[in-house]
Design a protein around this ligand. Structure first.
Ligand SMILES: C[S@@+](CC[C@H](N)C(=O)[O-])C[C@H]1O[C@@H](n2cnc3c(N)ncnc32)[C@H](O)[C@@H]1O
Length: 268
């Protein structure tokens, strides 16, 4: 089948295509941030967990390590293209079920999950209070939710450095930063019925590897990635500037940028 031209793909499809093309390098970068949030779930073997916006599935594998064969993990994502990568990576695990759905209206039974997890998959809901009310419904009493989400663009070297290096000043889309205000996040969770809400600031220098690897990832995802994947001419112009900026930071074998996130946890 002929590949669709980028003109015929929606912004969401372009995002999914770019992510699926670089998922191993992206996983290397995001893994420490997700694991820091996952720790807050205190998962016991045989737990049932929902991974919201599971994407290509690295976090499903990490959750499976914790809940074991007797556990159950629902990986939920709205993007079919990403779930098909997750399926390839997890099909050997009988404890995994993938669901292609909008997580805010996920139709699993009430009081059925011990925990809900997300690595950067909760910031794009049309109605966040509705979504988190649904998560509260899905959790057993005292079940836990934990996720990581981005703090402000201006605090995030991982996003700011590449954008400035390429000659841009601010993101073209604020959606990834929609949970950057901790008071807002607290209000969403409290309005949805959650208690014991904890929102901790967490910074970590993260990397996908050398300058080549970081360049590929930063031109695919994140604020510069969004501009580049939607404007191929911009991508060609940005690439040498980004490479030069990254080269000035690194030791050649590994270039890291600081990611600034909230680690959010709460109890149903
Ligand atoms: C930034 S990506 C993170 C993917 C994955 N959690 C990871 O860290 O590799 C956000 C993910 O959330 C998914 N997503 C966004 N809105 C969603 C929704 N309403 N329901 C389900 N998934 C959603 C996207 O398709 C995407 O896979």
């Amino acid at each position: 089948m002929a590949e669709a031209s980028i003109d015929s793909l929606s912004p969401r499809q372009l995002h999914a295509k770019a992510w699926a093309g670089e998922y191993e390098l992206i996983d290397r970068q995001l893994s420490p941030l997700g694991l820091r949030a996952m720790k807050e779930l205190h998962l016991a073997p045989a737990s049932t967990v929902i991974d919201v916006g599971c994407g290509t599935g690295q976090t499903i594998l990490q959750l499976a390590d914790r809940v074991g064969d007797e556990g159950l993990i629902y990986g939920v994502d709205i993007a079919e293209e990403l779930l098909s990568v997750a399926n390839q990576r997890t099909s050997h695990l009988k404890c995994v079920q993938l669901i292609n759905a909008d997580a805010q209206a996920l139709e699993l039974p009430s009081n059925s999950a011990d925990a809900i997890f997300s690595r950067f998959g909760v910031m794009a809901f049309d109605d966040p209070i509705l979504a988190f009310s649904n998560f509260h419904r899905l959790l057993k009493p005292n079940g836990r939710i934990a996720f990581c989400c981005w703090r402000a663009f201006c605090d995030n070297e991982l996003d700011r450095f590449p954008l400035l290096a390429a000659g841009f000043r601010s993101p073209s889309d604020e959606t990834p930063f929609s949970f950057s205000d901790a008071a807002y996040v607290r209000n969403v969770l409290a309005s949805a019925g959650f208690k014991n809400i904890e929102i901790a600031s967490y910074d970590e220098a993260v990397t996908s590897g050398d300058v080549d690897a970081m360049t590929r990832v930063l031109l695919s995802v994140g604020p510069l990635g969004k501009i580049a994947r939607e404007n191929p001419a911009v991508k060609s112009a940005a690439e040498p500037k980004l490479r030069e900026g990254l080269r000035s930071l690194g030791n050649g074998t590994s270039v890291a940028l600081v990611a600034s996130v909230w680690i959010v946890s709460a109890v149903a």
